[in-house]
Design a protein around this ligand. Structure first.
Ligand SMILES: *Cc1c(COP(=O)(O)O)cnc(C)c1O
Length: 219
């Protein structure tokens, strides 16, 4: 399958999942997780109409994206991997959306950098829905408090993001993230990857993040 064919199939699957569920969102962002992908594959994805891209590592993004962003100013770059406070300045110069905000000290560092260099930035709070010790994200019990804290700092909170446990059915975790977002008055739900995006769409995802399903196996 070419990338254009994959995008077409995925969009059809998303539409079908939307139609099949009363909980689905009418507007869904298809985000291309482009970690490990070179400029050629990314340009091909841009040609198919994709405008949102996600990178996991600040340094890799810094090598790949300044030229692409200059060439395509409408692109929106999301950070979907962990962010260390000492990389906040570099990250905020490049990313439009931080999907992995998961602790008060990181919120402090982001707010301080925005005060120094104001710009449009949206944040998602990453929730460790499976409470897995090896995974990033705030624990579900502390997410509401973190959302309040971020609001107090004046950060623009778009919603919640999660990566459910690999070895369990994802739907209950998607449902949990949905309930939490409702409880905290947040509209955005970034959930669903190549293997489970249809289940996520049925549960109300507003952003699905696909890597392998779009680009094929990672190089
Ligand atoms: C890599 C990655 C994805 C995409 O994963 P695939 O399984 O390749 O679709 C989505 N979200 C995050 C946070 C990722 O790191």
């Amino acid at each position: 399958m070419t990338l254009a064919e994959s995008v077409c199939t995925i969009q059809k699957n998303i539409e079908r999942a939307q139609k099949n569920s009363a909980l689905s969102s009418p507007h869904i962002t298809l985000l291309a997780a482009s970690k490990g992908q070179g400029e050629g594959a990314i340009r091909e994805a841009i040609e198919t109409g994709i405008r949102h891209f996600g990178e996991n590592r600040v340094q890799e993004a810094q090598e790949k994206w300044p030229a692409l962003k200059a060439a395509f100013p409408e692109l929106r770059l999301h950070l979907i991997g962990p962010l260390q406070t000492n990389k906040v300045k570099t990250a905020l110069a490049l990313f439009d959306v931080i999907q992995t905000l998961d602790r008060p000290r990181l919120a402090d560092a982001i707010a301080a950098e925005l005060a120094r260099a104001p710009r449009q930035l949206e944040c998602f709070i990453q929730v460790n829905v499976g409470e897995e010790s090896q995974k990033a994200g705030v624990s579900p019990g502390e997410a509401g408090e973190l959302a309040e804290y971020c609001r107090g700092l004046g950060l623009k909170l778009a919603g919640l993001m999660c990566i459910p446990p690999l070895d369990k059915p994802p739907a209950p975790y998607f449902a949990m993230l949905r309930q939490m977002a409702q409880a905290y008055g947040l509209g955005g739900l970034s959930m669903g990857m190549s293997d489970d995006y249809e289940a996520a769409v049925r549960m109300g995802a507003t952003c699905v993040r696909l890597g392998r399903g779009l680009f094929g196996p990672r190089p």
